[in-house]
Design a binder for this molecule. Structure first.
Ligand code: FES
Length: 486
């Protein structure tokens, strides 16, 4: 047995205005789970309200937050010092939340589809979608649910599960659209907290959007973007001389060559923000990285995949892979979070793909001057959860600013086609993000994704810059200081 001390959020909405935290010390056996610790507390204080049933990760009723993240109490190891709180949903009492509104929006089978049983292929397609235990962890973290009446990630999973089942007679795709199919920002948080690891954005929402596309239900703004890619190979209209028009196909570093990487430019950096990409290229030159930039590369296809418009995706993939393969590139670098995530997960590449921050931290960088700034960092969803890149941008940012402050992580609302297709939702999420940054005490917001930066800058009074721009400014400041000394 061992003794652990931990904290539980207590709240009775009938008699209290807000939750408070209470500390408990209990004896539990080695390897005890959070649920064992809650049972031990309950033995001391029977007024503690919490749910459980199977004790084995099958029923979903014990979901709570442990140290801020959703987890099943019956499967999560109890730790000394942990904080246990309810899911971020309306609280009934203590750790019990009101699941009824979300369970009520899960669709049920409408009998009367084809008379036969599902084929083996249909059963296999449905299988991963049936594993949900309705714990509602996904619902509790979904940003879209905070600002819209989206039915939620698991409702979308269930819509696809039924759409694929020949026994179901429901009109699933229009129903999914009606319930907010296009509200999902593809932030990936739902599947990262799912105890069954059901990849709802890629395996359910994007699939439903593909069927919606075949049924003519794609949002008009998304269809316009697809048409632009089809006509020009790019998903944004150019507003100035593009990056690819400005740069040679090989950029040599100033000194010794420490590495050679290909650069996948991405539509935003090519057509809208070439100066930010030039900042990154200058940072690479100063750090011994030779950069190869094939001029025939095109859009990665991310805006099409996220919105279910995949008919000419293979053409884009072939062209991009060939552009780097024919130059014998073994590492392709991206600086747009969405492009990087797409190349890593939606392509089968003969080369490895790395974000620019991964390249710089792997090879190490010369120290820039520290700028007199207090910076906070916005994690782009497609970099943090799409590529598991969290520490590298922070490590680089701390080298170039005097002070760094964290702002709790949250999607800015610009991804998954939401900024184009659901502008009111995007604006509402952007406003929440802007307010959080303004409370952080930072005087600048830094990120690594052109879509996030564009969107956040419209929703905060603080300046918003790409990390690569800040690093370049740090090097220029260092030059100035050295010139002064000389
Ligand atoms: Fe059933 Fe935890 S008690 S999943």
């Amino acid at each position: 047995m061992k003794s652990i001390t931990f904290t539980i959020a207590r709240f009775d909405p009938e008699s209290e205005k807000e939750p408070h935290f209470e500390e408990y010390s209990v004896e539990v056996h080695e390897g005890a789970r959070v649920l064992h610790a809650l049972h031990a507390v309950h033995a001391q204080d029977p007024s503690l309200a919490y749910r459980w049933c199977c004790g084995s990760g099958q029923c979903g009723s014990c979901a709570v937050r442990v140290d801020g993240e959703p987890a099943l109490a019956c499967l999560t190891e109890a730790r000394d010092g942990m904080v246990v709180a309810p899911l971020d949903l309306p609280v009934v009492k203590d750790l019990e939340v009101d699941l009824a509104p979300y369970l009520g929006r899960l669709p049920s089978i409408v009998p009367g589809g084809c008379a036969g049983f599902p084929t083996k292929e249909e059963i296999n397609a449905i299988k991963p979608l049936r594993e949900c235990i309705e714990c509602m962890s996904c619902v509790s973290v979904c940003p879209a649910l905070k600002v819209t009446d989206f039915a939620g990630p698991t409702a979308m999973r269930q819509e696809l599960r039924l759409a694929l089942d020949p026994r179901d007679a429901g009109d699933r795709i229009p129903e999914a659209v009606e319930k907010g199919l296009f509200c999902c920002t593809s932030c990936q948080k739902c599947w990262k907290v799912c105890p069954k690891e059901i990849k709802i954005p890629g395996k359910a929402i994007e699939k439903l959007r593909e069927i919606a596309n075949r049924q003519g239900l794609t949002l008009p703004r998304h269809a316009e973007v697809a048409e632009l890619v089809r006509q020009t190979g790019r998903s944004v209209t150019r507003t100035k001389e593009t990056l690819l028009e400005q740069v040679p196909q090989v950029i040599e570093p100033y000194g010794e060559v420490r590495a050679t990487v290909g650069f996948f430019v991405g539509c935003m950096y090519n057509g809208r923000l070439p100066e930010t990409a030039l900042d990154m290229l200058e940072v690479m030159r100063r750090n011994g990285i030779r950069v190869v930039i094939p001029h025939e590369q095109v859009c990665c296809g991310s805006p099409l995949i996220r919105t279910g418009q995949t008919t000419f995706l293979d053409h884009l993939k072939r062209r991009n892979i060939e552009a780097f393969r024919t130059r014998d590139i073994d590492t392709v670098m991206t600086m747009c979070a969405g492009c990087g995530s797409t190349l890593k997960h939606d392509y089968k590449t003969p080369f490895r793909v790395m974000d620019a921050t991964e390249v710089l931290t792997e090879y190490g960088i010369a120290d820039p001057a520290k700028l007199h700034l207090t910076a906070t960092y916005h994690d782009p969803c497609h970099l943090l959860r799409g590529q598991d890149v969290r520490d590298q941008p922070r490590e680089l940012l701390k080298k170039v600013v005097e002070r760094f402050v964290e702002t709790p992580n949250q999607c800015c609302g610009s991804g998954g086609g939401v900024r184009a297709g659901m502008p009111e939702e995007a604006a509402a999420l952007g406003k929440m993000r802007g307010e959080a940054f303004e409370k952080s005490g930072a005087d600048i917001v830094v990120s690594c994704c052109p879509f996030c930066e564009f969107h956040i800058s419209e929703n905060t009074k603080l300046p918003v810059k790409d990390l690569m721009t800040l690093l370049r400014e740090g090097y220029e400041e260092k030059d100035r200081k050295e010139q002064k000394k000389a």
